[in-house]
Design a binder for this molecule. Structure first.
Ligand SMILES: [Cu+2]
Length: 438
């Protein structure tokens, strides 16, 4: 497909917070409550016309009639999935996370934090002004009043002589905040281009299988005089705890006591993950990593649970490796029947992809990038509460397949922040958090 290269558009969707975000974040972590919500989303730095403060400076994109433009979109709104649409214009997604996809023709998209998409847009409508708009897709059950429901807008503006409309047209096809069906319908459309020039190399002989539950929950901290239950999230019921020495240096220099290598391949128990009976609601704090041999063929199946009625979409992100999305579905993963429906022919290759609310996602990759790699839910509030862990990928047999030395200019500084749960001064002395499963 041919498209104009000169006036393409880079769109960066972000979140705007009121006040000092760092101090309110610290405060909320300290008291164990919900983390701050943004007051607006922005497109290329501007919330747009619907926020009075932005009316004069709304981001405008001038286009010529009859061209096809490439729009490169990134969701940098750290803690929210976003719906996105252009009034009266269709979109064609042709790539995601720097991998070509089979073209997806659609009237809207849903993009998770950290995801990137390459989208073609043809300017074939009447000369005029059209809103490009984004609003949050909220997959959890909390009412809409509890999150930032401000719509971010920018204006697509045709060049030429015509009567300027009093207001641009708003996209009628932008799904509403809780439209789970639209989110899932769109997400299920992704497939790799998978042709001779861009082949698919999905691993077929899996050597490591992991089944990982993703849950909301709580964690208890004690000191001599008080007990606090703080909000937490978990993977296999472990809430990741950032160590003060980083895992990469500890691994490289063989420093003990920083992390353990017992991140579990499965949850502590199997239950009706998507039901309403909660066998446990508390998680365990840990710095547990999973060690992979070089070239290990890994399959991870993520199961979104409804613990504490917190079911939601979790955009899972892997550092250091792209992965293939080989399967996804509603409900509880069945390890006998579900693998039969895996797409091993043209699965999309990405580095972030959503685990559906009360559903599962199966991914595969080859661990061929030696080093220490964080993986986590890309909703920052979930990551901050512990829905994350680390892979250590061991060296191969050659220098080329081995981790490089730290650069000589590596700063010798302390960790720049105290993290997450350890931030709760005075309540975590001596690691008094109770192990729930021992
Ligand atoms: Cu999440």
């Amino acid at each position: 497909m041919m498209y104009g290269r000169r006036q393409n558009l880079e769109l960066n969707s972000c979140s705007l917070y009121r006040g000092n975000l760092k101090s309110s974040l610290d405060e909320d972590l300290h008291s164990g409550i919900d983390l701050p919500h943004s007051v607006a989303y922005t497109i290329n730095g501007e919330p747009g016309d619907l926020c009075p403060c932005s009316k004069e400076t709304t981001y405008r994109w001038m286009v010529e009639y009859g061209k096809t433009y490439l729009v490169r979109l990134v969701n940098a709104a750290v803690s929210v999935d976003l719906f996105f649409a252009v009034a009266q214009h269709n979109l064609t997604v042709v790539g995601t996370d720097a991998h070509y996809t089979k073209p997806i023709n659609t009237s809207y998209i849903m993009i998770s934090p950290g995801q990137t998409m390459d989208i073609l847009l043809t300017t074939n409508q009447s000369l005029g002004h059209y809103y490009i708009a984004a609003r949050q897709f909220w997959s959890q059950d909390a009412p809409a009043t509890l999150f930032d429901s401000v719509n971010a807008t920018m204006i697509l503006q045709y060049k030429g002589n015509y009567t300027i409309p009093s207001s641009p047209i708003f996209p009628s096809n932008l799904p509403f905040y809780k439209d789970l069906r639209s989110a899932i319908t769109f997400t299920n459309l992704f497939k790799s281009l998978a042709n001779k020039d861009y082949p698919v190399n999905v691993p077929l002989n899996i050597t490591t299988r992991m089944f990982i539950t993703l849950s909301m929950g709580g964690i208890i901290f004690h000191n001599l005089t008080s007990t606090l239950e703080a909000k937490a999230t978990s993977a296999n019921n472990i809430s990741w705890s950032n160590p003060t020495t980083d895992v990469l240096l500890a691994y490289y220099r063989n420093i003990s006591g920083v992390y353990t290598t017992d991140f579990p391949d499965q949850p502590p128990s199997y239950f009706n993950f998507t039901g309403d009976d909660f066998p446990y609601t508390l998680t365990e704090l840990g710095t547990k990593v999973k060690v992979l041999n070089y070239n290990e063929a890994v399959e991870m199946v993520f199961q979104s649970t409804n613990l504490v009625e917190g079911a939601g979409l979790h955009p899972m992100h892997l550092h250091g490796h792209s992965f293939y999305v080989v399967g996804s579905g509603p409900g509880i993963y069945d390890n006998v029947t579900d693998p039969k429906s895996f797409n091993l022919v043209d699965p999309v290759e990405v580095n972030t992809f959503g685990v559906p609310k009360e559903g599962w996602l199966a991914i595969r990759f080859v661990a061929n990038n030696p080093g220490v790699w964080f993986w986590h839910c890309h909703l920052d509030r979930h990551m901050t509460w512990g829905m994350s862990s680390v892979f250590i990928v061991k060296n191969g047999d050659t220098t080329e397949t081995s981790i490089r030395k730290p650069p000589p200019q590596l700063p010798q500084c302390e960790a720049s922040f105290r993290l997450r749960l350890e931030n709760i001064d005075g309540l975590d002395q001596g690691k008094e958090n109770e192990p729930i499963f021992s």
